[in-house]
Design a protein around this ligand. Structure first.
Ligand SMILES: [Zn+2]
Length: 312
C-alpha cells in the first residue's frame, strides 16, 4: 500500500466535487516540479490524505492510475500550464478531522527526511503532492481510525454495555410495560449470549481484537428470525469488533463455507480501508456455523448483481 499527502487549500473544493486530483505537468517556464511529478506515482488503490489548513479532512482512495489530462477547471487566478496529471480519487470526508499538530510528536520521526510534506515544526511544506513512506502512512491511518472509531462507539453506544441485536429497538420510550419487560429479557439474554461467545472465542472473529468492552455478540441469523434454540446457540454467533459487526450485520460482507470472505460490491474502496476489510480474509468455521451462514448469505448479504459460487 502506498500513501500520499496532498495539500489542497486553494483547489480542494473543485477537486473534492469532481472526485479527482490534478497537477500541471510543467511550470510555465517548462520545468518539472517534483511535487507535481509525484502524481505519476499514484496508482489505483493508493491512499491519499487531504490536508487543509493544518488538518486531515479526507482519506481518499485512488480509483485510477495517473493519466494525462488538461486543466479540469477554469481557474484564472492560478497561472498553470494546461497539460496536467490527473488521478480519479474517491474522497472520504472524516467526521473527526485530524489536526497535524495533535499527531506530530509521534509522526515527525517517521517522516521521510527528503521531500517531507511537513516542516520540522509540523507546518505544511509548500507543494502539492508528497509521497509518504509506509510507516508514516500507516501511523496516520491508525490515528484516523482511532479517533473516528472511538467517536463512533461513544456516539452510538451510550449505556448498553455494547451488546446489541439488529432487531431490537433501543429507544424504548414508546413501548408498553409488557414490551419493556420483553426488551429487558432480550437484553439479559444477549448479555448471556455474549458471555458464551466470549468463552468460546474471546476475540473478534475477523481481526482478533480482544478488548472485551468493544466486542459485540452478533447473531449470524438475526435474533428476530430465530427459534428459541437458535437464539442462544453459540454456533449462530460471532464475536465481532464494532467495524466488523457493522459490515457483517448489514450484509456488506459474508463468508462461504470455506470461511472465505465475500465482499458486497456495494462497499466502497474507502469504506473497505477504513473498516479494515480486505479481499482474501478468512475466518475459522465450525461445521455447525454453516447452516446459519448459508441463511446469512441468502437473506442478509447485499449481493446485487454479484455471483456467489455456492460451496454447499
Ligand atoms: Zn474485527
Amino acid at each position: 500500500m502506498n500513501y500520499f499527502i496532498v495539500h489542497q487549500n486553494k483547489t480542494f473544493e473543485n477537486e473534492f466535487k469532481g472526485g479527482f486530483l490534478w497537477a500541471p505537468q510543467r511550470s510555465k517556464s517548462g520545468k518539472e516540479i517534483f511535487h507535481w511529478s509525484n502524481m505519476k506515482k499514484v496508482k489505483e488503490g493508493h491512499i491519499v490524505f487531504s490536508v487543509i489548513k493544518g488538518k486531515i479532512v479526507s482519506v481518499g482512495t485512488a480509483i485510477s492510475h495517473c493519466y494525462t489530462s488538461i486543466k479540469p477547471w477554469d481557474f484564472d487566478k492560478i497561472q498553470w500550464a494546461e497539460e496536467g496529471w490527473k488521478v480519479d480519487l474517491e474522497y472520504n470526508s472524516l467526521v473527526e478531522p485530524i489536526y497535524i499538530k495533535d499527531i506530530f510528536d509521534g509522526l515527525k520521526e517517521l517522516l521521510p527526511e527528503k521531500y517531507s510534506p511537513f516542516t520540522k515544526e509540523g507546518k505544511g511544506n509548500q507543494g502539492y503532492l508528497y509521497e509518504l513512506n509506509k510507516i508514516s502512512g500507516e501511523y496516520i491511518l491508525k490515528k484516523i481510525q482511532e479517533k473516528n472509531y472511538l467517536n463512533h462507539i461513544l456516539n452510538n453506544n451510550s449505556n448498553q454495555g455494547y451488546v446489541k441485536e439488529r432487531s431490537v429497538i433501543y429507544d424504548s420510550s414508546d413501548l408498553t410495560g409488557r414490551e419493556k419487560d420483553q426488551l429487558v429479557k432480550v437484553r439479559i439474554g444477549q448479555g448471556k449470549f455474549k458471555q458464551l461467545l466470549l468463552k468460546r472465542y474471546g476475540k473478534c472473529h475477523i481481526c482478533g481484537l480482544v478488548q472485551e468492552e468493544f466486542l459485540i455478540a452478533s447473531h449470524i441469523k438475526p435474533w428476530k428470525d430465530c427459534d428459541e434454540k437458535e437464539k442462544v446457540d453459540t454456533n449462530n454467533g460471532f464475536l465481532l469488533c464494532p467495524h466488523h459487526d457493522a459490515v457483517f450485520d448489514r450484509g456488506y460482507i459474508t463468508f462461504n463455507n470455506e470461511g472465505e470472505i465475500i465482499i458486497s460490491n456495494e462497499l466502497s474502496y474507502s469504506a473497505k480501508i477504513l473498516l479494515n476489510i480486505r479481499d482474501g480474509m478468512k475466518i475459522e468455521l465450525d461445521e455447525h456455523n454453516k447452516k446459519y451462514l448459508s441463511w446469512h448469505r441468502q437473506n442478509i448479504f447485499r449481493s446485487m448483481g454479484q455471483l456467489i459460487v455456492p460451496h454447499e
